[in-house]
Design a protein around this ligand. Sequence first.
Ligand code: AMP
Length: 287
Amino acid sequence: MNENLIQTSSIETVKQYVKEWKDSGATIGLVPTMGFLHEGHASLIARAVEENDYVIVSDFVNPIQFGPTEDLETYPRDFEADCHLVAQMGASLIFHPTPEEMYGKDFFTHIYVDEMSQKLCGESRPIHFQGVCTVCMKLFHISEANRAYFGQKDAQQLAIIRRMVRDLNLNIEIVGCPIIREEDGLAKSSRNTYLKTKQEREAALILHHALTKALEMYEDGERRASVILEAMTQLIMTEPLATIDYIQAVAWDSLQDIEVIEEPVLIAMAVKVGPVRLIDNMILDRA
Ligand code: AMP
């Protein structure tokens, strides 16, 4: 528990603390979030606290990663509860800027990781990863973090950020952390609050069931991606409330399509349950 959690919405204030910490030779961990924090975020913060002298958690619903018809306005927010959790986890500072603080009135610069940003979620969310990379680049610079922590829950995001860091020679280590799930298998997500009815909540388990099916087939020796994806598709189609956006198998580092699973492969999907779009995934390593 950090009784003295620093809360600020000012970039300048973060930079002052960062300078003080860096001058003393300390290491800094960064956990970028959009707030409405849950145990998934907490696991990232815990790891960051373990591995760094100071931890900055950013809590910012980043407008430039939302498309015009997406849920920017309705995205759940609870800053007070977030501060409580961040203090409890022992982080040093929570950074909660306004969109104006981050982007001012005349922001022109964007980071775009080609190839990887149009696939999977990028097909239905064409500007999403450009917004993610741009905000992460800003946060990396503001925080001067030694390490930044990302969940595998957003596997495409993690792969793209890793590629951005590699391609642009950024001096930061990207740490990927496992997916935290509810007891019944649903991946924890701030957007789970959109699952309003008992039926939707139950139907949402179909994502996890499909991944379990894929893992079983893989463990039984199946290596043809198309066969595994077809079985997952058939299973999801048995759930009347579910509509598949995509289910794909891609190489984990490049997100390029693959046919045979013989390197670390990401099986990723987006499925709408009623009106709620959920994502989930699994990484299959060579066994
Ligand atoms: P968000 O606030 O949804 O943008 O997520 C902030 C960070 O927390 C991202 O790196 C996510 O991948 C990570 N995260 C969200 N949900 C989970 C989860 N269930 N398990 C692990 N990490 C998560």
